[in-house]
Design a protein. Sequence first.
Length: 71
Amino acid sequence: MKYEYEFESEKDLIQFIVDNIITTRDAMEILGCSRQNIDDLIKRGKLTPVKKWDRDKLFWKSDIMERVKSV
């Protein structure tokens, strides 16, 4: 999946990130589950992080909201 976006300013980029990207903790709260459950969803290919670090990941908010609808 390839995304292309253009932003007129840094402020527009920041607003886009705030509106569309969420952390593991945010995903846990929205889905009402544990970090381990999030990791399991990733391993099973049910969620795909945008970016991974050792303890945290970033997700598209729309992917998490879609997961809420499907459960």
